[in-house]
Design a protein around this ligand. Structure first.
Ligand SMILES: *Cc1c(COP(=O)(O)O)cnc(C)c1O
Length: 486
């Protein structure tokens, strides 16, 4: 394909995406396909002679669209929001256009330099403590992680990476005190802790990193109870085990609860245990001063992570991580080869020592586009608008005596039909069967709840009204036919 054809193909593709967004509201939020559907639509072999781009683009409608779940539909209220915006799409496209591989500074200086600058911008946007920033005097700094690039499912590269760094740090610390100890002996005794409300990727990090992850039952507000953490650590120490890593969460996946860092932090610091803070979704809200009290105590953390690809308009994947002391990453993971040597850098990090993959994508570019084109105020307005929509939905629940509000935080509202759990289970199934809106269910303090999340940036009050109407009309049916359960 030559550049003239690329111009046509590329412009047609941009038009396609723009048309997609213009029509997304009218598309059913759910796909309507069966497993294996696509195998029937395309040949079993690749074409012998190349196809025309126009034919290929047409097949996107026929083959791909039926199997897309429309995450950016205003009727999508499942999981958490998956960020997307036009500046980010263009940034992603241009990054693909340049495709250099950021294996070190020299391999494309702009990759590393823009990432350093963007991590400073982001850190300042969230008002993270100075010691986390690349621009501070100390050994702290930030890096963009890929999350999921290398691990399927909901694993998080950051949680795993910090666990591995914490492990190495603990081995070094203990050997400094007692040089006779050997690595294997120490490593088999290490333990990590989180709450049972933490993301599945936290438990998975324990499995991947071969450190038992104790999932401490959360309190009735869904928070990690500090006294239970201390108790568990003492119990483990009494058995000769060695606490080494704690994951606290700001904005848990089930209910968006916020762990109290002012309680957990001092315990971790006293016990010399690495504290990682997972704020994957809710971290974006710290761009607004009114939510920053929720990260009070973050100065105790050894590492902090949030994902602009969730709630900050940068499309997948782009996850930001800061560490108090980058030496703990670079000491743990540094491997060099002659072909990787680059000029001795002073103020600029070699990010390949900070992450698992050697090469890095130009993720900073889309971040730069988003931060420049929205600006701090644009991001703040976006977050506030989404929270206001959740509050509006919350009020609809509260005002209807058939329903009970179970919890509401940021863009997430959990509620149930009053009465037996089974009523809400049937309601949930009816809603999903009917396919007009997409929600999830879960448990909160033993109650079966419907989990309603504000996801799409296209969602407006009228969409919330429609969603509520759908829920109420299904609820009426459920109460009429199953009300005896009450
Ligand atoms: C979504 C989420 C994750 C996983 O993030 P991905 O970016 O999807 O890998 C981890 N922790 C929390 C609290 C989350 O909400």
């Amino acid at each position: 394909m030559n550049t003239d054809q690329f111009r046509q193909f590329g412009k047609a593709a941009v038009d396609y995406i723009a048309d997609y967004f213009d029509s997304i509201k009218n598309r059913p939020v759910f796909h309507s396909v069966h497993p294996g559907y696509l195998q029937e639509l395309i040949p079993a072999e690749p074409p012998r002679r190349g196809d025309l781009w126009k034919d290929v683009l047409q097949d996107v409608d026929r083959v791909i669209m039926p199997g897309i779940t429309h995450w950016h539909s205003p009727n999508f209220h499942a999981y958490f929001s998956a960020a997307n915006s036009f500046p980010a799409i263009v940034g992603e496209m241009m990054g693909a256009g340049f495709t250099s591989i950021g294996i070190n500074w020299m391999a494309s200086p702009a990759y590393t330099e823009l990432e350093v600058a963007m991590m400073n911008w982001l850190g300042k946007l969230l008002h993270l403590p100075e010691h986390f920033l690349n621009c501070s005097d100390g050994p702290g700094g930030g890096v963009i992680q890929a999350y999921k690039t290398y691990f399927q499912g909901s694993a998080s590269e950051t949680t795993l990476l910090c666990l591995l760094a914490a492990k190495e740090k603990k081995v070094r610390d203990l050997k400094a005190l007692n040089p006779d100890l050997n690595d294997t002996e120490i490593k088999t005794k290490l333990v990590a802790y989180s709450s049972d409300q933490s993301n599945s990727s936290v438990e998975r990090a324990g499995l991947l990193g071969s450190v038992p992850m104790r999932l401490i039952p959360a309190d009735e507000d869904g928070k990690f109870p500090a006294n239970k953490l201390l108790e568990a650590m003492r119990k483990d120490r009494a058995q000769g085990l060695i606490p080494c890593y704690v994951v606290a969460c700001l904005g848990t996946t089930p209910t968006c609860a916020f762990d109290d860092l002012t309680e957990l932090g001092p315990i971790c610091n006293q016990e010399n245990v690495w504290l990682h803070v997972d704020a994957a979704y809710a971290g974006a809200a710290f761009s607004c001063p009114e939510y920053r009290y929720l990260m009070e105590g973050v100065e105790y953390a050894d590492s902090f992570n949030f994902s602009p690809h969730k709630w900050m308009l940068v499309n997948f994947d782009c996850s930001a991580m800061w560490v108090r002391n980058a030496r703990f990453l670079t000491d743990a993971f540094q491997v060099d080869r002659i072909y990787l040597k680059s000029k001795q850098l002073t103020s600029i990090p070699e990010y390949r020592h900070w992450r698992i993959p050697l090469g890095g994508k130009f993720r900073a570019l889309k971040l730069w586009f988003v931060l420049r084109i929205y600006g701090v105020e644009g991001i703040q307005n976006y977050i506030r608008h989404q929270v206001a929509l959740a509050k509006y939905f919350e009020q609809l629940v509260v005002d209807d005596s058939r329903f009970e509000l179970c919890c509401s935080n940021m863009g997430l509202v959990c509620f149930q039909l009053r009465g037996d759990n089974e009523l809400t289970e049937i309601l949930f199934e009816k809603i999903i069967e009917n396919r007009n809106i997409f929600v999830l269910s879960g448990y909160f303090n033993g109650k079966y709840v419907i989990r309603f999340s504000i996801c799409s940036q296209l969602t407006e009050r009228c969409d919330i009204d429609n969603a509520w109407q759908e829920i109420v009309s299904q609820a009426k049916f459920v109460l009429r036919h199953h009300g005896g359960l009450r």
